[in-house]
Ligand binder design. Structure first.
Ligand SMILES: O=P(O)(O)OC[C@H]1O[C@H](O)[C@H](O)[C@@H](O)[C@@H]1O
Length: 448
């Protein structure tokens, strides 16, 4: 059966086969730290076994809640930020219709889904209120800590809107809280108000939580098959845990990106040729950025959507500072085919493509770009996804997560914390006048 695979053959001009062999010991040591749960951050390794060891009773409740939302709501609001929204958004945009929210209900069949609480914009919130209008809606409020400011503000606004529309009691039946088992304001609120609650396990950090209720509830509401997603992840897990180094794509990816990093490549650009992959890249950026960017170390994770960005960032990638390597997510089989037709008069000069598919053109652009970038001294790595479905997405999620844990240990950091994220929060709280931040407030005001 085909599967998600990693291919670094196009990077041959930059990496000798012996270099990958020489990394074996280091990679296997890093892998051992991860799977024996003896490395830094080992309180947060619940994601390793999640695809096979998850709460089945909760999984059924997720499906039931999704069915209820599908039957009583035209709109679902997913409130969350970072790991509490990117996985769900990545999956829905990858798996469902490119114009999910705008396509007719007959085609979509499931509620419109909007993400909010991932910025602090009153304009965005106001415009979303306009979009909901008088329609029936539900809310999935997601926050592991239950205390994150951005989603908390959005939740206040939409909770009030919902309670005005339905009254407190019915509103409570339309709000689903995904949060810690016991701690945090959201948990307290959910218990107090009687919201149906789902758990983010203690040992699964936000950026590794897509296969918990955090990702699964919104994904299920969109009509995607969460059983298949978990099956794919379980398959990816088996491969990552059991395959020998020589046949282990996740370990190879960790090895190769660290080899390139040690040769001075400090930026990894994740490139795609399908707009539906855009949010997979956003999810990946958080996964690698928060896991590796610390102690003044790390590969900066960037992304481009191609061929779109070849007309904006293409110049820099081809010819600017030689600091990057590129990893292409290649969806091998396009979901749809459009054939370019012949025209009697070849005014636009495209008749040479008559009879060819748009995807053929896309793949030719991809292959041409890979060679051009390689000639421009940008090493190229490739992740092949056979086709768009839940199973392969599950494999892809797990592949990236496992490789990330190994890669972080290879780099010599704790891949499972994010201490740097707190700095802006402290300043923001001080400037907002949050109780307890009085001293910092004075200091900061002097500097503004
Ligand atoms: O789920 P939450 O606790 O609200 O956290 C949401 C996100 O914000 C934090 O600041 C962290 O940096 C992220 O790792 C996390 O995914």
């Amino acid at each position: 059966m085909s599967k998600v695979t990693f291919d670094y053959s196009k990077a041959a001009p930059f990496i000798g086969a012996h270099e990958v062999d020489f990394m074996k010991k280091q990679v296997m040591d890093a892998r051992e730290l991860l799977v024996s749960k003896t490395g830094a951050g080992n309180d947060f390794l619940g994601w390793i076994d999640l695809p096979v060891d998850y709460d089945k009773e909760e999984f059924d409740r997720i499906k039931k809640a999704a069915a209820k939302i599908q039957s009583d709501s035209e709109v679902l609001l997913v409130i969350g930020i970072g790991g509490s929204y990117l996985g769900a958004r990545a999956a829905i945009e990858f798996l469902r219709h490119s114009f999910y929210n705008s396509v007719s209900k007959e085609i979509r069949k499931t509620p419109e889904i909007y993400f909010v609480g991932n910025s602090i914009s009153s304009t965005y919130i106001r415009h979303l209120i306009d979009v909901i209008g008088d329609r029936d809606f539900s809310i999935n409020m997601i926050s592991k800590s239950g205390t994150t400011t951005e989603p908390a503000i959005a939740f206040r606004v939409f909770k009030e809107m919902m309670e005005k529309k339905y009254g407190k009691k019915e509103a409570a039946g339309r709000i689903y809280a995904t949060t810690d088992r016991a701690k945090g304001s959201l948990k307290g609120l959910a218990t107090e108000e009687g919201y149906e609650s789902f758990v983010v396990p203690d040992d699964v950090g936000g950026r590794f939580s897509v296969l918990t209720a955090v990702g699964l509830l919104p994904i299920a509401v969109s009509g995607a098959d969460i059983d298949k997603l978990m099956e794919g992840a379980a398959d990816g897990r088996k491969k990552a845990l059991e395959a020998e180094y020589e046949d282990n794509d996740a370990l190879k990816y960790a090895a190769v990106r660290n080899i390139l990093h040690r040769k001075g490549k400090s930026v990894e650009i994740l490139a795609n040729y399908e707009p539906s992959v855009h949010y997979v890249s956003e999810w990946w950026k958080q996964l690698y950025g928060e896991s590796e960017g610390k102690d003044q170390k790390g590969i900066f994770p960037a992304s481009v959507d191609l061929t779109t960005d070849l007309h904006s960032m293409g110049q820099f990638i081809q010819d600017g500072s030689r600091i990057m390597f590129e990893t292409v997510i290649n969806v091998e089989t396009s979901r749809e085919e459009i054939t370019i037709n012949e025209e009697p008069v070849d005014l636009d000069g495209l008749n040479y493509l008559a009879g060819k598919s748009v995807d053929f053109v896309n793949k030719s652009a991809m292959n041409g770009t890979i060679l051009a970038h390689t000639d421009g001294q940008v090493p190229n790595l490739m992740i092949d996804v056979p086709e768009v479905n839940e199973f392969y997405l599950g494999q892809l999620f797990y592949f990236f997560e496992f490789a990330c844990g190994v890669s972080g240990y290879l780099l010599g950091v704790n891949p499972f914390n994010q201490p740097g994220v707190e700095s802006y929060k402290k300043n923001m709280f001080a400037l907002l006048g949050k109780p307890g931040y009085e001293a910092q407030r004075e200091e900061l005001l002097k500097r503004l």
